[in-house]
Design a protein around this ligand. Structure first.
Ligand code: PMP
Length: 445
């Protein structure tokens, strides 16, 4: 079981995986499920989100309002917005909530075409294609790009939608150590016959899949190094920017902008609209040839109802604000704010002695709890003190690497962040999760 802790979602099963999963289930049965099955263990049913920009929650049972430190609402667009909301309402009147049709058959509105062009321009690729759901974008697109005779090399901590897409593609799958370009090169060298970097004799095609910001780690992808390795071995790069597009980079263009990578060097850019843009759906941006290929053969494009028009309009408006095309500097301010908020919160948590994963600039901030039995205690006590925080463990992480995952928004005010820090500090003492020396201990030791 211990050996398997290296990769959270073992991609290829096998006996070790079988025994690990069995072990985890037994542990869950002993102490976790009885707690988790009680109502009130985690979040309750949400009755409404408040209309202010930090999207506070309203709970049904106790009807108390909480500070939300768990939402992916990175730029605060998932709330009434002076520019976006009137346009979304207008699009609802004009097109209704659903097209009730697939793209190729009456579900292709002017808004869909406009958003595809806008996304391509925003991320710096020649073309883009939309899907109704981010999860489906990965799980349906990967099999449309590669199949039997191809090789997928996937980061060991990639999201479940990527794991499912890779499994469903019929391609061979290899996992490389999380965010480790040297290990990626080792795997590539091993997989290419005779160690010749320029020939793919064994494989029709090789795709390397990584994420911009890892959703459970808060870590930035080592994209420049990974792109260099892929170029050397002529492998395609596939970058999932669910948590980075709109959230990082001076103009919100994600990890390429932040880390100085030319988008032309990333072959397939995937992203979702459920985070920074306050909407739903997903996209793939790539060369015209790849996008045309997907439009012709991808079942999720041909057989699935197109994205809801108001959701499309929400993304168009949010990107316009980010680009300053609404005639204001609100977008630039939001981007500066999320960066300032994230770096402030992360450094304060570290000063308090919490073990925080991830990198500066990342709005995703996991605080290590380790023992999953601490999850309900941490979550409930924070909630009692009116701060809502998501806690995660197996199967999203290894069982004994449980964590509380904080997501920071540009729309959190300094008072919100200070309140959050005070509560987390108190609850952290109560639950016993300050594993690192606190600031004054560090300087005196
Ligand atoms: N990719 C990653 C890295 C994710 O974290 C998620 C979900 N948070 C998805 C894809 C799926 O996106 P969605 O929730 O928009 O369906």
């Amino acid at each position: 079981a211990g050996a398997n802790l290296k990769g959270y979602a073992p991609i290829c099963g096998g006996q070790e995986d079988f025994y690990y999963r069995r072990f985890v289930r037994r542990v869950q049965d002993c102490f976790w499920r009885p707690i988790a099955s009680k109502p009130d263990a985690w979040f309750d049913v949400v009755e409404r989100y408040s209309n202010d920009s930090n999207k506070t929650l309203q709970r049904t049972t106790k009807t108390s309002r909480c500070l939300n430190l768990g939402s992916y609402n990175y730029l605060g667009f998932a709330a009434a917005d002076e520019y976006c909301t009137p346009r979304v309402i207008e699009s609802l009147k004009k097109y209704s909530a659903s097209t009730c049709s697939v793209r190729v058959d009456g579900g292709n509105t002017k808004l869909h075409v406009e958003l595809e062009e806008l996304v391509a321009r925003f991320v710096g690729k020649p073309a883009a294609i939309l899907f109704g759901m981010g999860y489906v974008t990965n799980s349906a697109i990967i099999p449309a790009l590669i199949g039997k005779g191809g090789l997928i090399i996937s980061d060991s901590l990639n999201h479940n939608s990527i794991v499912n897409g890779a499994r469903g593609s019929g391609a061979s799958v290899q996992v490389f150590q999380h965010n480790n370009p040297a290990h990626l090169e080792e795997v590539l060298r091993e997989q290419i016959a005779g160690g010749q970097p320029r020939t793919h004799r064994r494989w029709k095609k090789i795709i390397v899949i990584v994420e911009g910001i890892y959703s459970m780690e808060g870590e930035l992808c080592k994209l420049p190094e990974i792109v260099a390795v892929c170029k050397k071995y002529k492998a395609y790069t596939y970058l999932d920017e669910a948590h980075s597009i709109g959230a990082v980079g001076k103009t919100g263009r994600g990890v390429c902008e932040l880390l100085g990578v030319d988008p032309a060097d990333v072959d397939i850019m995937m992203g979702t609209f459920t985070k920074s843009f306050g909407s739903c759906g997903g996209y793939i941006a790539a060369s015209k040839e790849i996008i045309d290929h997907l439009k012709h053969i991808c079942p999720a494009h041909i057989y699935a109802t197109s994205m809801s028009p108001p959701a499309v309009q929400q993304v168009i408006s949010a990107i316009e604000v980010i680009l300053g095309e609404d005639g204001s500097d609100r977008g630039a301010k939001k981007l500066a704010q999320i960066r300032e908020n994230s770096n402030f919160f992360r450094s304060e948590l570290e000063k308090m002695g919490f073990e925080v994963l991830g990198d500066n600039d990342s709005p995703v901030m996991p605080i290590m709890l380790y023992n999953p039995a601490k999850m309900p205690a941490f979550s409930r006590e924070c909630l009692r003190q009116k701060v809502a925080i998501v806690t995660v463990s197996f199967p999203a992480t290894p069982l004994l690497l449980a964590r509380a995952r904080i997501c920071i928004s540009a729309s959190h005010s300094r008072e919100d962040l200070i309140k959050g820090l005070e509560v987390i500090s108190k609850v952290g003492d109560l639950v016993g999760i300050k594993y690192l020396p606190v600031e004054h201990e560090k300087t005196t030791s």
